[in-house]
Design a protein around this ligand. Structure first.
Ligand code: FAD
Length: 502
């Protein structure tokens, strides 16, 4: 009798649960919302993947909004009463581990909202959250203006990079992209459409910049513009001595605008990896390859100096003066003279090359770190030499360059190590095969462990933690503001659940 009763209870529970399990994959919106969700196989399959190619997370539907008001209606409905589904804005899906994903919820395809409007005085551009930076560059450069801070790769969305920080070789001079925003239109997790700036709704403004999509969806950003130069002298110099390399990098980022460089990064050529010598003239390429073989590691200083008609007569003198003071290996310098657009869009050529070889859509177990200047020598020994160089092989790119922390605004959500004025950006941008992802990830974990054990105060960038305590540690003293802002702007915790924070 007791068994029979148990059976009846079980069957009843199943009858109630089963349809809701099935339903959770299909989101049915009331007609009154007047919104269409796409859920055909190819849309869902594309929205389930990202650049990292490590996770697959299926959404229930994808909204291609025709206006910010549609996003607001969707979020108001989702937030109303019981949490019905979660929502993630997706720019280009260039995240590494499902940060722009939402299981069974709604992806908002932000690229449906694009558009760039340059102000009459050319001091700023109003840019849609889904616009690609390459399109911002095209539109502003047409008018002789340009944003001042760039990521290495421009085929990423404005909303996506502003949700992280947006860093690259101009940060030392102009700050990250989040430091060059005057105003935002944001739709909060409650569906409210708010304009915010340092003066208006500043709590939301600071929260959203570097806020990993947690507080609202950026539908418009007002981006600072400056005069667009016409061309760039793009230079690479090789070093065999790490101390000389970092000394020169640090001196260059401390120089004033007119005497110094406009862009600075650095890269490592390692004998156990692919060494791309193509920047050097064909006659020198084998010498560069031999240099890497004999030294194990060669450090590549990459700088650019922008110029246009007014500065054309003196640009070569300026470059000579600059390079004369640097301690690169004599003879190992190569310079290209390119348009400003081609310089900024340089990674697209790499993408096209990798795509043609079938090497773009592969797993990317990347690790991005900030390391304080005083610990970069320890990092070099403990990580670069003792871990990376000892791998049988590495595949991908290793970036290493310093930047100035005073160009960051500590009120914003983005985190950078707050130890010192000069902080190194490290990008271990590995490509993998589906089979060796665990191996590369375990090397990444080892690097983090070694840094922690030896007291190197790293901060991760574009990270993905799954444990709450890691997020609390990541945000440190900013955690209480971060979680308070979540309660304020997205109390139902609807937004960007793929970040795995709340
Ligand atoms: P997505 O992956 O679509 O989204 C990222 C996060 O932001 C998600 O949580 C998403 O929900 C949220 N989000 C997206 N749009 C919005 C919005 N409008 N409002 C609110 N939240 C939103 N980064 C650098 O800083 N510097 C670099 O030099 C750099 N180089 C890169 C090179 C390559 C080849 C690649 C693939 C990436 C690079 N990145 C770099 C990383 C890049 O900035 C981030 O991956 C960024 O998130 C990509 O933008 P996305 O449009 O693809 O964002």
């Amino acid at each position: 009798m007791a068994n029979l009763r148990l059976m009846v209870i079980l069957v009843t529970v199943l009858i109630y649960l089963l349809p809701s399990c099935i339903k959770s994959l299909e989101i049915i919106l009331p007609k009154s919302l007047n919104l269409t969700l796409l859920n055909d196989t190819s849309t869902i399959s594309a929205a389930s993947q990202d650049f990292g190619n490590i996770t697959t997370v299926k959404p229930g539907g994808v909204l291609c909004p025709s206006s910010p008001a549609e996003i607001s209606r969707l979020l108001s409905y989702a937030a109303n009463g019981e949490r019905k589904f979660q929502v993630a804005a997706r720019g280009q899906g260039h995240s590494l581990k499902g940060q722009a994903s939402v299981l069974d919820g709604v992806i908002i395809n932000m690229t449906c909202l694009s558009g760039v409007v340059v102000s009459d005085d050319m001091k700023y551009a109003d840019v849609a959250g889904g616009a690609l930076w390459v399109d911002v560059l095209k539109k502003t450069a047409e008018k002789g203006a340009s944003p001042v801070s760039w990521t290495d790769y421009l085929h990423v969305s404005v909303g996506g990079t502003l949700s992280n920080a947006g860093i690259g070789g101009e940060v030392f001079r102009n700050g990250p992209q989040i430091s060059n925003v005057l105003e935002l239109d944001v739709i909060t997790g409650k569906g409210e459409m708010l304009t915010c700036s340092p003066q208006l709704n500043s709590e939301l403004f600071d929260g959203v910049l570097g806020g990993l999509g947690q507080f609202g969806i950026i539908t418009r950003a007002r981006i600072v513009l400056n005069h667009a130069p016409k061309r760039a002298k793009w230079i690479r110099m090789l070093y065999s001595d790490f101390t000389a390399f970092t000394k020169d990098q640090e001196r260059l980022i401390s120089m004033a605008n007119d005497t110094g460089v406009d862009y600075l990064e650095g890269q490592l050529f390692m004998s156990n990896g692919v060494v791309d010598t193509s920047f050097f003239p064909p006659a020198d390429q084998s010498k560069v390859a031999d240099l890497v073989k004999s030294h194990g590691i060669i450090y590549v200083l990459q700088v650019a100096k922008y110029y246009d008609d007014a500065t054309l007569p003196i640009i070569n003198q300026v470059i000579d003066k600059l390079t004369k003071t640097l301690s690169y290996l004599p003879g190992f310098i190569s310079m290209h003279d390119v348009t400003y657009f081609d310089f900024l869009n340089r990674v697209k050529a790499e993408e096209d090359k990798l795509r043609s070889l079938g090497l773009w859509d592969v797993p990317h177990p990347w690790l991005n770190l900030f390391v304080p200047k005083s610990q970069i020598l320890d990092f070099h020994q403990g990580v670069v030499k003792d871990i990376l160089l000892k791998q049988n092989s590495t595949s991908g790119l290793t970036l290493l360059y310093p930047t100035n922390r005073n160009k960051w605004d500590n009120r914003m959500s983005a985190m950078i190590t707050d130890e010192e004025d000069v902080v190194y950006v490290i990008g271990l941008l590995q490509s993998a095969t589906p089979q060796n992802v665990p191996e590369v990830e375990s090397v990444n974990e080892k690097i983090i462990r070694v840094c922690k054990d030896s007291g190197i105060k790293i901060k991760q960038y574009l990270m993905h933690y799954t444990r709450k305590e890691d997020w609390v540690e990541h945000f440190g003293t900013k955690w209480s503001d971060f979680s308070r802002r979540k309660d304020l702007f997205d109390p139902k915790k609807l937004l960007s659940p793929g970040q795995d924070i709340f």
